[in-house]
Design a protein around this ligand. Structure first.
Ligand code: AMP
Length: 395
């Protein structure tokens, strides 16, 4: 199959920070980018050549978008099936709709993994409070109840530690179809972000070591501070999953390293991932360029990492005391600051990240945390400052 070469226009469904960094990588290689989402002035749209604003279920708008691009990829996987299907009538959609179908729904994904012998924590399908009671009796406690439709960043989840919580848990997730999963006593969380190309070649980053706070990724360290054998096993699991899925594109496989040494797959994301952001600054080819190469049918690039790296997310909470001290963080020369162009900093909202490079993973992590600490020393809020000359005064 012929490659889609620089100069061509790539379509991106979704318009968040993943699309923004993809668009930066694509434009650097001379591609053009169109993004489609229901939102306006988005992180991706600010960087793309064209931003299309329409609901995903406006299939005429989706078709018009698809007609103008050579290939479509995703930065947001919860696109309705009908939209992905319409796209595939006009151009290749990579990863394919079948991959999205499997990874869009937690129960389907877990069944797929279990059916193909990939290690997952024990789980049960739950459709009612009665099911939940039975599932708790079978799996024991602690356990975590998760809605089957993917929430993200820990949304739509309830951790159960006692039988008395069954009704509260069922109500807590809104009485929606869900999966009860045994709680994993883990040593650490890992991810393998990897790309698979049209000819089946495979290239990976990591494994990366991740810490989540309140269900949201907080920090990533690459390479993970784990033994070589575990690292190899994690990559083998990720490769096996991507081959079984027949993916063309990038997939993040998130895993638990249990205290007993077992690796268990937590979930899959069929796109670049927050835990792969370090690759933008620390690797010869970033996860975003790798996605571009894979979906365009180009050879994958080297994922060689220059130095150990760590990433710390910047959530909207950082703005609570005023404007973060950007200059303070930039004063650390081994730290790279990334901001996503989001206009409203809400608590828990991912606004940006910092990546630090250092001689060891520990040092990189300390440096990234120091950068974030410096950011939290607030500056006067922009609203307290006079408006810039180009800004019309509020009426
Ligand atoms: P998820 O959205 O499923 O990735 O869950 C968000 C975070 O919650 C994970 O990254 C873990 O930190 C934690 N978590 C989720 N499921 C489990 C589990 N079965 N055992 C232990 N921790 C979990």
């Amino acid at each position: 199959m012929t490659a889609i070469l620089p100069g061509a226009t790539i379509g991106v469904l979704g318009s968040g920070q993943l699309g923004r960094m993809f668009a930066i990588a694509a434009r650097r290689l001379g591609y053009r980018v169109r993004t489609f989402s229901p939102d306006y002035d988005t992180p991706t749209g600010q960087v793309a050549d064209v931003e299309v604003t329409a609901p995903y279920d406006d299939l005429e708008a989706v078709a018009a978008f698809a007609r103008k691009v050579k290939v479509i990829t995703f930065e947001f996987e919860n696109v309705p099936a009908a939209a992905a299907e319409v796209c595939s009538q006009y151009c290749p959609v990579r990863p394919a709709h079948s991959v999205l179908h499997t990874t869009q729904q937690r129960l389907r994904e877990k069944k797929f993994l279990a059916a193909h012998g990939f290690p997952v924590a024990p789980f049960h399908h739950v459709r009612s409070a009665e099911d939940l009671r039975e599932a708790v009796a079978r799996l024991g406690l602690p356990a975590v109840l998760k809605t089957t439709d993917f929430g993200y960043d820990g949304k739509g989840q309830f951790r159960l530690t006692s039988f008395d919580q069954i009704d509260a848990a069922w109500q807590g997730i809104g009485g929606r179809e869900s999966v009860l999963e045994a709680w994993v006593d883990f040593e650490c969380e890992l991810s393998v972000v990897a790309a698979r190309s049209l000819d089946g070649s495979f290239a990976w980053f990591g494994p990366v070591e991740n810490v989540h706070t309140r269900g949201i990724l907080d920090t990533s360290v690459a390479p993970a501070r784990i033994g070589e054998r575990t690292a190899r096993q994690a990559v083998d699991v990720a490769r096996g999953i991507m081959e079984k899925l027949g993916v063309v594109g990038v997939v993040c496989t998130e895993l638990f390293l249990a205290r007993d040494g077992r690796l268990l797959v937590n979930e899959l994301a069929p796109r670049p991932h927050n835990s792969g952001h370090f690759s933008f600054d620390a690797c010869l080819t970033s996860q975003f360029e790798q996605q571009l190469r894979a979906v365009c049918g180009l050879p994958l690039g080297s994922t060689e990492q220059f130095r150990p790296a760590a990433m710390a997310n910047l959530l909207g909470d950082l703005w609570q005391q005023g404007e973060p001290d950007w200059a303070g963080a930039c004063a650390l020369p081994q730290v790279k600051l990334h901001l996503y162009g989001k206009l409203t900093p809400r608590p828990g909202r991912k606004m940006g990240h910092v990546t630090a490079l250092a001689a060891t993973p520990d040092e990189a992590l300390s440096l990234a945390l120091e950068a974030r600490r410096r950011l939290s020393i607030s500056q006067p809020s922009p609203s307290a400052l006079p408006p810039p000359a180009w800004e019309a005064p509020a009426r």
